[in-house]
Ligand binder design. Structure first.
Ligand SMILES: [Zn+2]
Ligand SMILES: [Zn+2]
Length: 637
C-alpha cells in the first residue's frame, strides 16, 4: 500500500496510508484535542477535516484560537443561522453569509424586517441544530447541476452568484435539508459550535449596490466557551458607548450630512484634534529628514493611465472634464508625488530621498459601507515615498518601523501587531526581485526583534509589504500603517537617478503610511479613549470655573494667563451651580478644571481638578502651567 509523509506543526513527521482523511490523521496524532480542531491547513490551503491526503504535505490543525480557524468557525455558524432562518421562514431567499473580523452575518431576502423576537427564535433554532450535531457535507457539482439545484430551491441570488463564476466546478455544503453554494471549508459537524448570540439586523443592498434590493443582514457571534461569549458581549456594550459617531455628535467634533454622504464635516473642536495630529506628524517627519510636499487634487487622465489606476481603480474615482480634457480627483497621492520626483535629475548622493504628503484623497465607496469616520469617501492619507538604492532599503524600513511605533505610542497604543505579506499569484517583477525584497523586510523585522505574522500570497501585486495593526483598549485590532516596496511605479514612470558609475538607474520606491487615513485614525483614537482624550489631543484642555459671579473677573484673568501660555483654556461664564458646571465639564470630557472662589482670589491661587479625579487647592498659576505643559509634552507615553 502506498503511503504519504505528513509534516506536522511541531515539525515531526509520520507516514500514513495514502487516502487517509485529515480527521483520521488527527485522531491518530492528537486525539485529546480533536474536539477543538475545526479545520486544517494542508501546505498553504485551508481545508475540511474530511479531505483525504494522497501526497506528502505539511499539515497544521486549526482551532478557534487560530485566525483562519475563527473564520471557519464563524462561517460555519453563518450556515447554521441560514438553516435556522430557512426552517422558520421558508420563503426567505439567501444572499451571502461570510465570516467577518468579529463574527459572521448572513443576508436574507424576506418580505418583512426581522423583529427582536424573530432573532430570538432563530437563535433558539440554531441551538437545536447545534445540539443535533449534524455533519456538514461537501458536494462537488458542475455548473449545470448547481444551477438546477438552486433553481429548484428558488434561490435566485445563488443563481446570480453562479452566473458570475468562471469555474465549471462548484462546491455545495449541506447539513440536513439545508444546502448552500460555498467554497468552504467548514467544521465537520454543527456540534463543533459552542455558544452563539445574534447581535442585530440591518438593511444591506445586494452586492452593496444601492440600485439593488435591500436584504436583511443578521449579525452574529459564536465562541467555544460561554465565558468568552459573555466577555465579548460586555466589550460590545462598552464599544457602543464609545462609538465615535455618537461621541462626535455629543462632543461637537464633526458631522455628516445628506448633502455629501461619506464626506466628513469637521467642527471647531474636531479640527483642533485633527490639527494636533497634523502638527505632530509634520514635526516628526521634518526631524526624520522628510521633504513635505503637496500635490494637486485633480490630475489629468493620462497620468492615471500611466499609473495604472485607470485600468484597475477607475470605478472608485471621481472624474470631470476641464477644457475638454478628462481629469480625475486623486484616489492616491503617489502619481502626483512622482511628478515632483521627475522634476529633478537625482543622484545616488541624494538618496535616501524621502518625500511626504498629507494628501487628501477621494474614493467612491458604496453608500452601504459608509461608516462614520471609519469608512468615508474623502480622507487624508499620511503618505510618503522613499526613493533609495537597493542596499538602503533595510535601513529605511527600520527607520519607518521606529517612526510608526513612536507615533502609535504617543497616542497610547502600546500593543502593535505586525504582518508581512508576500508575493501573490497575480504580480509583476522577477522572482529574484521579490525574493530579495521579502528577505529585506524579514531582516528589518528581525533586527527590530519584532514578532510578525506571515501572510503568504497577500502582498500587493507590485511588491511585498509590512502592515501595522494597533490594538485598542477594547482589544480590537485596527490596521493602520503600511510599508510597501513597489516594483511597478518606478518602471511605469521611468524614474531614474544617476549612480556612482555615472549611468542612469531605476531607484527602489517604498510607499508608507502610518496613520493610514487620518480621519479613521482619529475615529479609532476617540473610541480607544472613550472620548477622554489625553491632554495633548483634547480640544479644550482646561475649563476655568468661577464659584460665583463675584469671581468672574479673577476667573477671566486666570483664563488669559492660561491661553497666553498656549493652553487651550475656556471660561465657564454661565450663572449655574458649581456642581452643575463641574459635571458639565466632565461630560464634555475636558481633562482639567480650574476652580476659583474667594479663597483663591485672596491668595492669588487656583484649585485644580482633574477629570474623574481629586481637587487640589492653593496652587500657584505658574506651577499649574508648568505641570500642564509637561503633561502635554509627554503625550500619552
Ligand atoms: Zn458558506
Ligand atoms: Zn504611495
Amino acid at each position: 500500500m502506498s503511503t504519504v509523509q505528513l509534516t506536522l506543526k511541531d515539525q515531526s513527521t509520520a507516514r500514513f496510508p495514502s487516502g487517509i482523511s485529515l480527521l483520521e490523521v488527527l485522531q491518530k496524532v492528537d486525539p485529546d484535542s480533536a474536539g477543538d480542531v475545526v479545520a486544517a491547513r494542508i501546505d498553504d490551503q485551508i481545508t475540511d477535516l474530511s479531505r483525504t491526503v494522497d501526497r506528502d504535505a505539511r499539515v497544521n490543525f486549526l482551532t478557534f484560537a487560530d485566525k483562519e480557524g475563527k473564520k471557519v468557525y464563524w462561517h460555519s455558524s453563518a450556515h447554521i443561522m441560514a438553516q435556522a432562518v430557512k426552517e422558520l421562514f421558508p420563503s426567505a431567499r439567501l444572499g451571502i453569509g461570510p465570516a467577518i473580523d468579529n463574527g459572521f452575518y448572513y443576508d436574507f431576502d424576506v418580505p418583512e424586517t426581522f423583529s427582536p423576537e424573530d432573532l430570538e427564535a432563530i437563535e433558539g433554532r440554531m441551538n437545536e441544530i447545534i445540539r443535533k450535531d449534524l455533519p456538514l457535507i461537501r458536494q462537488e457539482l458542475d455548473l449545470k447541476e448547481a444551477r438546477t439545484l438552486f433553481q429548484e430551491m428558488g434561490e435566485t441570488y445563488k443563481l446570480e452568484l453562479l452566473d458570475e463564476l468562471e469555474n465549471q466546478q462548484v462546491s455545495v455544503y449541506g447539513q440536513d435539508g439545508f444546502k448552500d453554494l460555498c467554497r468552504g471549508p467548514h467544521v465537520p459537524s454543527t456540534g463543533r459550535i459552542g455558544f452563539v448570540k445574534l447581535l442585530g439586523v440591518a438593511g444591506a443592498y445586494w452586492h452593496g449596490d444601492e440600485r439593488n434590493a435591500v436584504l436583511q443582514r443578521i449579525y452574529g457571534i459564536a465562541f467555544p466557551r460561554e465565558a468568552e461569549l459573555k466577555e465579548h458581549l460586555q466589550r460590545l456594550e462598552e464599544a457602543k458607548k464609545r462609538d465615535h459617531r455618537k461621541l462626535g455628535r455629543q462632543l461637537d467634533l464633526f458631522s455628516f450630512h445628506t448633502e455629501a454622504p461619506g464626506f466628513p464635516f469637521w467642527h471647531d473642536r474636531g479640527l483642533l484634534i485633527y490639527d494636533q495630529c497634523v502638527q505632530y506628524w509634520k514635526k516628526l517627519h521634518r526631524r526624520e529628514g522628510y521633504r513635505l510636499v503637496r500635490t494637486p487634487m485633480m490630475l489629468c487622465d493620462d497620468l492615471w493611465r500611466c499609473s495604472g489606476h485607470w485600468d484597475n481603480y477607475r470605478e472608485a474615482m471621481y472624474c470631470t472634464v476641464i477644457d475638454d480634457v478628462g481629469y480625475a480627483i486623486k484616489p492616491m497621492n503617489c502619481p502626483g508625488g512622482l511628478l515632483i520626483y521627475k522634476n529633478n535629475m537625482w543622484s545616488y548622493r541624494d538618496f535616501p530621498l524621502k518625500m511626504g504628503e498629507l494628501g487628501m484623497v477621494h474614493r467612491h465607496e458604496k453608500h452601504g459601507v459608509l461608516h462614520g469616520l471609519f469608512r468615508v469617501r474623502q480622507f487624508t492619507q499620511d503618505d510618503a515615498h522613499i526613493f533609495c538604492l537597493p542596499e538602503q532599503v533595510e535601513d529605511e524600513v527600520i527607520g519607518v518601523i521606529d517612526l510608526a511605533l513612536e507615533i502609535y505610542n504617543a497616542f497610547g497604543f502600546k500593543d502593535v501587531y505586525v504582518e508581512l505579506s508576500t508575493r501573490p499569484a497575480k504580480s509583476i517583477g522577477s522572482d529574484e526581485l521579490w525574493g530579495r525584497a521579502e528577505e529585506t523586510l524579514r531582516r528589518a523585522l528581525k533586527k527590530k526583534e519584532i514578532a510578525y505574522e506571515l501572510n503568504p500570497g497577500e502582498g500587493a501585486f507590485y511588491g511585498p509589504k509590512i502592515d501595522f495593526h494597533i490594538e485598542d483598549s477594547l482589544f480590537r485590532r485596527w490596521q493602520c500603517g503600511t510599508i510597501q516596496v513597489d516594483f511597478s511605479m518606478p518602471e511605469r514612470f521611468e524614474l531614474e537617478y544617476v549612480g556612482s558609475d555615472g549611468e542612469k538607474h531605476r531607484p527602489v520606491m517604498i510607499h508608507r503610511a502610518l496613520y493610514g487615513s487620518l480621519e479613521r485614525f482619529i475615529g479609532i483614537v476617540i473610541e480607544h479613549y472613550g472620548g477622554d482624550l489625553p491632554l495633548w489631543l483634547a480640544p479644550v484642555q482646561m475649563r476655568v470655573i468661577p464659584v460665583s459671579r463675584d469671581h468672574l473677573d479673577y476667573a477671566e484673568q486666570t483664563t488669559n494667563r492660561l491661553t497666553d501660555a498656549g493652553i487651550r483654556a475656556e471660561l465657564d461664564r454661565r450663572d449655574e451651580k458649581m456642581g452643575y458646571k463641574i459635571r458639565d465639564a466632565e461630560t464634555t470630557k475636558i481633562p482639567y478644571m480650574v476652580v476659583v472662589g474667594s479663597r483663591e482670589e485672596t491668595e492669588g491661587t487656583v484649585s485644580l481638578r482633574q477629570r474623574h479625579g481629586q481637587q487640589q487647592g492653593g496652587l500657584q498659576i505658574e506651577d499649574v502651567i508648568g505641570r500642564i505643559q509637561d503633561e502635554i509634552d509627554r503625550k500619552a507615553l
